[in-house]
Design a protein around this ligand. Structure first.
Ligand SMILES: Nc1ncnc2c1ncn2[C@@H]1O[C@H](COP(=O)(O)OP(=O)(O)OP(=O)(O)O)[C@@H](O)[C@H]1O
Ligand SMILES: [Mg+2]
Length: 250
């Protein structure tokens, strides 16, 4: 039984400042994950490590080999920090870089190797993926967001629990988190999306919901919750319905 957890770049970095990592958040979350690694696949967002260089080089709209290399190196560095914190907390974790196992077509994952991820999980190892740059068969190159990876992996692995931590209490409307979002209710909440303080080249909260609605269409409910609040990652992994549920319309 698989669980897919995403820790947003907004949780583990300050998205308004380049390369600004929140070590204390990563360490706390590593501790919350420790007892619940069975069947778990972890994805973390790119945060300021990815969104800021990507924007600087005009990705994903512009093809820039230098932009791809620099953005990839930056997200790999964040991934190294996350894997190291997990290791120090006592979790057996291994890095998985999407650039080396994903092919996009028109910005969407066309092919992704997942058998080795299953083998890691079967061996008691936590695979740690991240938002990354990737090659694209129709646009030469693009960006694969952590959110798209979650949606794809949850489908490919038929995950039972799918949770995405960010830095807000869920999908907010008039300051309060919504209980749920479906394709049917999306038009009613369009006015709730604001431009946050951080850089995000993959559509921010709205982009996240669109990815999760694709997963909901396939019958899998996911949740968006606040991973900056202590104890919430543990609750999300236990299957508690915290934050906002993204589910299929009745
Ligand atoms: N209606 C809304 N409800 C909640 N958050 C919103 C809303 N509209 C905009 N936002 C912004 O969306 C942000 C979360 O999305 P964002 O993509 O920046 O984070 P993330 O997915 O955690 O980071 P990353 O993409 O690096 O993984 C919040 O910090 C908030 O500023
Ligand atoms: Mg995002």
């Amino acid at each position: 039984m698989f669980k897919v957890l995403k820790i947003g770049g907004s949780t583990i970095t300050d998205k308004a400042k380049a390369d600004c990592v929140r070590d204390e958040e990563i360490e706390r979350i590593a501790g919350e994950i420790l007892d619940q690694t069975s069947g778990l696949v972890l994805v973390h967002g790119a945060g300021s490590f990815g969104h800021i260089p990507a924007k600087k080089y005009g990705l994903p709209g512009k093809f820039s080999p230098e932009g791809l290399r620099i953005t990839h190196a930056s997200v790999v560095e964040l991934n190294r920090i996350v894997v190291e914190a997990l290791t120090e907390a006592g979790v057996d974790a291994l890095p998985v870089h999407p650039l080396s196992c994903v092919l996009l077509k028109d910005g969407r994952i066309e092919k992704m190797e997942v058998d080795f991820i299953k083998e890691m999980v079967a061996g008691g190892i936590l695979p740690v993926l991240h938002g990354d740059v990737a090659m694209d068969s129709s646009r030469r190159a693009g960006i694969v967001s952590g959110d798209q990876l979650v949606s794809y992996l949850a489908k490919a692995l038929d995950a039972q629990t799918v949770a995405l931590g960010t830095d807000v209490d869920g999908v907010l409307c008039s300051g309060a988190p919504l209980k749920e979002v479906t394709r049917k209710t999306l038009p009613d909440i369009e006015s709730c999306f604001t431009q946050g303080p951080g850089t995000d080249v993959t559509g921010g909260m709205r982009g996240k919901i669109l990815e999760l609605l694709e997963l909901a269409d396939a019958g899998t409910t996911s949740l968006i919750f606040n991973a900056r609040k202590a104890g919430m990652v543990k609750k999300a992994l236990s299957g508690d319905a915290i934050g906002t549920l993204i589910r299929r319309s009745d």
